[in-house]
Design a protein around this ligand. Sequence first.
Ligand code: HSE
Length: 315
Amino acid sequence: MKVSVKVPATTANLGPGFDCAGMALPLYNIVTIEETVLPGTGVEINVIQGNDSIEELSLDHIPVDENSIVYKAVELLYNMIGQSPSELKITIQSNIPVARGLGSSSSVIVGALIAANELLGRPADEVALLSIACEIEGHPDNITPAIVGGLVISSQEDDGSVIYRKLEWPQEWAITVCIPDFELSTDIARSVLPSEVPIHDAIFNAKHLAMFVEAINSKDVELMKWSLQDKLHQPYRTKLIPGLEEIQSKLRHFENVLGCVISGAGSSILIISQKNNLDNLKDIVREIWANQNIKCEIKTLSVENNGAQIVTNED
Ligand code: HSE
């Protein structure tokens, strides 16, 4: 049996929604799991560069041994039904840039889990898949939209369960993802965060996230401009992304820009704007990064409203 699952990229945090807001984007990894016929062959994991890949470096960065997150995802699911994985060939067709804040690790966790679940006759429902995937990833903001699609606010509870609600992204707002040629590991980006924050910073984010939800629901441009601020992670991470402060300060002068935030833990940057004047915005990012010898790929994308999908299921 062979199952392939196509999983979207995701952008997390979206300004004030640190570790709880995330959105699926139309870039995809495809994870295929095949049962192999030779007994005792164990689990083989391969990574191949997908046709739509925008970088050449990603292959080295998805660990392929049995400790990898992919193996862990499959193992947890097999263990759930009292089995251990063996005689499996897992292939990751990688199109989502790695360590750029676009949810590449969530996508392979989700793809491996859903493919293994299909091979095993679907022992896990959506609730269980969300909970296992978040346990591996550590937070739900990339995992949840990778599974359910769209723009999602989610929370993993103490018992491991995940609650989430989808919001409808206003069609008239553009999402421009600026992907630099340098990586930033989530571990490094989390290591610069404090373990505690001042109460006024916590209140700052609570009110901005509440208004963010209202701005999206009411498509309120001015409220969205105000909402896309954050004091929980970006002030600490800005130094890890050369040129970010300058990009943000230049973009502030554009009437059509609603905000410019770090995508997930970085290194990519997300510009949220109205749909006019996009080329000028892109030129600003390109120019500032070029001055720092940073090459980049810039894409204006729509929201992917579908989460992970099974694209092949062969006996
Ligand atoms: N919310 C996470 C972070 C996303 O910003 O660290 C990266 O996994």
